[in-house]
Write a protein that binds this ligand. Structure first.
Ligand SMILES: [Zn+2]
Length: 348
């Protein structure tokens, strides 16, 4: 965890960045990579204040994102799976975003994965289970927060199987006064005065950074837009999650992982630019919620050499490679092992 410009006891502008599944190895791997390829150091590793914290949940040594998100948002440990609810799932816990909103601050929630996923949900929803994606979406609309950005509801907007179903979530959001935006042009055109905004770059998570060239807005874009839309005389609270760091951690994809950490670092740089204009009124906190993937750096078999620059040769995520391979196989009838090897060489 690192914090910047924390000298004011009651900052007007608060940024809370959460790298999901981002612990020390993910940060350090990204840093070594950035240094090796000439990008220099990571901003998030060079904040003036640092601390480590114990991330156990109320019922497990290894927290999940729901219990960790709830602890970060509400200041109380709970069981894995709970979203803004107490250990037994009976008591609603108030989040820092809700307190900020009650105190007249505008609130923004941004993520690179789906907006109803556990980490962002912990700041606006109250559900005994993280898998209640439709109900979490209803809580999003009820929160009345000014800005939601990143992925969409992940295919749950029309989940008629939910016992709470009362209509398409995007339509319900519009009825509740949200400007719902799903194409890049409309996103970039958003401006202060547009009112409450629910902006998605995709229905699912945003594409991995390593998969490159796309017109889908990035985590940095969603952060910059949040600053533009939320800035007001009462200040704002914005939570920005680098959610896909966790997803490629689960998949043990080192190159994809470090690119996502770098994408989060870029979003933090956008906040830093804002903080430099409002130095005595801005607090930036960057943290993780838990580690994912058991990443280590160097081992005895390589004489503790890291070879991190070799990861620059990887051109796409494993998921994207699978799609490309499938396409190549269906395009060529006698696609064989040598063809597959040539593709591996090209992309890795
Ligand atoms: Zn997590």
């Amino acid at each position: 965890m690192g914090a910047l410009f924390a000298d004011d006891a009651n900052p007007k502008y608060v940024f809370l960045f959460i790298g999901d599944g981002m612990s020390t190895p993910q940060r350090m791997m990204a840093e070594e990579f950035a240094r090796k390829v000439g990008h220099g150091e990571l901003l998030i590793n060079h904040f003036p204040s640092h601390a480590t914290t114990r991330t156990v949940s109320a019922n497990s040594l290894v927290t999940d994102s729901a219990a960790a998100g709830t602890a970060l948002a509400c200041g109380e440990k709970t069981n894995n799976g709970r979203i803004g609810m107490s250990v037994d799932g009976s008591r609603r816990l108030e989040s820092v975003a809700e307190v900020a909103h009650q105190n007249g601050k505008k609130v923004g929630i941004v993520t690179s994965v789906t907006i109803n996923h556990a980490t962002p949900a912990s700041f606006y929803a109250h559900r005994p289970s993280r898998s209640q994606y439709y109900g979490i979406g209803l809580d999003l609309i009820d929160s009345n927060f000014e800005y939601f950005g990143g992925g969409g509801f992940g295919g749950y907007a029309d989940n008629t199987k939910s016992s709470a179903y009362r209509g398409n979530l995007y339509e319900l959001a519009e009825k509740a006064g949200y400007k719902v935006v799903s194409d890049p042009e409309a996103f970039h055109a958003l401006k202060p005065g547009d009112g409450k905004v629910l902006a998605r770059g995709c229905e699912q998570a945003l594409p991995y950074t390593i998969d490159g060239e796309t017109d889908v807005p990035t985590l940095e874009d969603f952060t910059r837009k949040g600053i533009e839309l939320l800035d007001n005389p009462n200040g704002f609270f914005m939570m920005i999650e680098g959610g896909s760091i966790d997803w490629c951690g689960h998949a043990n994809e080192a190159a994809t992982n470090l690119m996502e950490v770098l994408a989060l670092d870029k979003a933090v740089r956008a906040a830093l630019e804002f903080a430099q204009k409002h130095p005595d009124e801005t607090l930036i906190v960057v943290t993780g919620d838990h580690e994912t993937g058991g990443m280590t750096m160097g081992f005895a078999g390589t004489g503790y050499a890291l070879y991190v620059d070799r990861l620059a040769k990887q051109k796409c995520s494993i998921g994207r490679f699978g799609e490309l391979l499938k396409k190549a196989r269906s395009a060529k009838e006698d696609f064989d092992f040598d063809d597959a090897c040539a593709m591996l060489t090209k992309y890795f």
